[in-house]
Write a protein of this length. Structure first.
Length: 111
Protein backbone atom coordinates (compact mmCIF):
# COMPACT_ATOMS: atom_id res chain seq x y z
CA UNK A 1 0.00 0.00 0.00
CA UNK A 2 2.89 2.36 0.69
CA UNK A 3 4.43 1.66 -2.74
CA UNK A 4 1.08 2.39 -4.40
CA UNK A 5 0.48 5.54 -2.35
CA UNK A 6 -2.85 4.43 -0.86
CA UNK A 7 -1.86 5.90 2.51
CA UNK A 8 -2.01 9.43 1.05
CA UNK A 9 -5.18 11.51 0.71
CA UNK A 10 -4.09 12.45 -2.83
CA UNK A 11 -4.09 8.80 -4.05
CA UNK A 12 -5.01 8.42 -7.71
CA UNK A 13 -4.88 4.97 -9.35
CA UNK A 14 -3.27 6.18 -12.59
CA UNK A 15 -0.57 8.35 -10.92
CA UNK A 16 2.48 7.07 -9.06
CA UNK A 17 2.11 8.78 -5.67
CA UNK A 18 3.84 6.10 -3.56
CA UNK A 19 6.91 6.37 -1.38
CA UNK A 20 10.22 4.56 -1.49
CA UNK A 21 10.35 1.49 0.77
CA UNK A 22 13.53 -0.03 2.22
CA UNK A 23 13.29 -3.58 3.57
CA UNK A 24 16.17 -5.01 5.61
CA UNK A 25 16.80 -8.44 7.18
CA UNK A 26 14.88 -10.22 4.45
CA UNK A 27 16.80 -13.45 5.16
CA UNK A 28 14.68 -13.80 8.35
CA UNK A 29 11.42 -14.08 6.40
CA UNK A 30 9.10 -16.95 7.41
CA UNK A 31 6.43 -19.00 5.66
CA UNK A 32 3.67 -21.00 7.34
CA UNK A 33 3.10 -24.69 6.91
CA UNK A 34 5.13 -26.63 4.33
CA UNK A 35 5.57 -23.72 1.93
CA UNK A 36 9.37 -23.90 2.14
CA UNK A 37 9.27 -27.32 0.42
CA UNK A 38 6.03 -27.08 -1.61
CA UNK A 39 6.12 -23.55 -3.05
CA UNK A 40 7.91 -23.47 -6.40
CA UNK A 41 9.21 -20.59 -8.45
CA UNK A 42 9.29 -21.21 -12.22
CA UNK A 43 11.01 -19.22 -14.95
CA UNK A 44 11.86 -19.64 -18.59
CA UNK A 45 15.41 -18.94 -19.75
CA UNK A 46 14.78 -18.79 -23.49
CA UNK A 47 16.26 -22.24 -24.05
CA UNK A 48 14.09 -25.37 -24.13
CA UNK A 49 12.83 -26.41 -20.74
CA UNK A 50 11.39 -24.75 -17.69
CA UNK A 51 13.57 -23.98 -14.67
CA UNK A 52 12.14 -24.25 -11.16
CA UNK A 53 13.27 -24.19 -7.56
CA UNK A 54 11.61 -24.40 -4.16
CA UNK A 55 11.24 -21.48 -1.77
CA UNK A 56 13.96 -22.87 0.51
CA UNK A 57 16.44 -23.07 -2.38
CA UNK A 58 15.60 -19.53 -3.48
CA UNK A 59 16.03 -18.20 0.07
CA UNK A 60 19.48 -19.78 0.25
CA UNK A 61 20.50 -18.48 -3.19
CA UNK A 62 18.87 -15.02 -3.42
CA UNK A 63 16.71 -14.07 -0.40
CA UNK A 64 15.74 -10.70 -1.92
CA UNK A 65 13.90 -12.39 -4.79
CA UNK A 66 11.44 -14.13 -2.43
CA UNK A 67 10.04 -10.83 -1.19
CA UNK A 68 10.31 -8.95 -4.49
CA UNK A 69 8.28 -11.65 -6.30
CA UNK A 70 5.61 -11.55 -3.60
CA UNK A 71 5.33 -7.75 -3.81
CA UNK A 72 5.38 -7.78 -7.61
CA UNK A 73 2.42 -10.16 -7.67
CA UNK A 74 0.47 -7.90 -5.28
CA UNK A 75 0.85 -4.81 -7.46
CA UNK A 76 -1.50 -4.02 -10.36
CA UNK A 77 -0.69 -5.70 -13.64
CA UNK A 78 0.19 -2.62 -15.71
CA UNK A 79 3.11 -0.42 -16.70
CA UNK A 80 2.79 1.66 -13.56
CA UNK A 81 3.59 -1.39 -11.42
CA UNK A 82 7.11 -1.50 -12.87
CA UNK A 83 7.68 2.09 -11.73
CA UNK A 84 6.36 1.22 -8.27
CA UNK A 85 8.61 -1.83 -8.03
CA UNK A 86 11.71 0.27 -8.72
CA UNK A 87 10.92 2.16 -5.49
CA UNK A 88 11.26 -1.04 -3.45
CA UNK A 89 14.78 -1.55 -2.07
CA UNK A 90 15.40 -4.97 -0.49
CA UNK A 91 18.53 -5.99 1.45
CA UNK A 92 19.38 -9.34 3.02
CA UNK A 93 21.42 -7.90 5.88
CA UNK A 94 20.87 -5.14 8.39
CA UNK A 95 22.88 -2.54 6.44
CA UNK A 96 21.68 -0.43 3.52
CA UNK A 97 23.25 2.50 1.59
CA UNK A 98 20.29 4.87 2.04
CA UNK A 99 21.24 6.53 5.36
CA UNK A 100 21.70 9.90 3.64
CA UNK A 101 17.99 10.00 2.76
CA UNK A 102 17.06 9.74 6.49
CA UNK A 103 14.60 6.83 6.27
CA UNK A 104 11.99 6.58 9.00
CA UNK A 105 11.41 3.09 10.47
CA UNK A 106 7.86 1.81 10.27
CA UNK A 107 6.78 -1.37 12.04
CA UNK A 108 4.36 -3.40 9.93
CA UNK A 109 2.53 -6.61 10.65
CA UNK A 110 3.05 -6.64 14.42
CA UNK A 111 0.54 -8.79 16.28
Amino acid sequence: MILMGKHRPTYTPHVDTGDFVIVVNVEKITFTGKKWQQKEYNWYTGYPGLRSETAAQRLARRPEKVLSEAVRRMLPKNKLAFKMLTKLKIYAGNEHPHQAQLPEPKELGIK
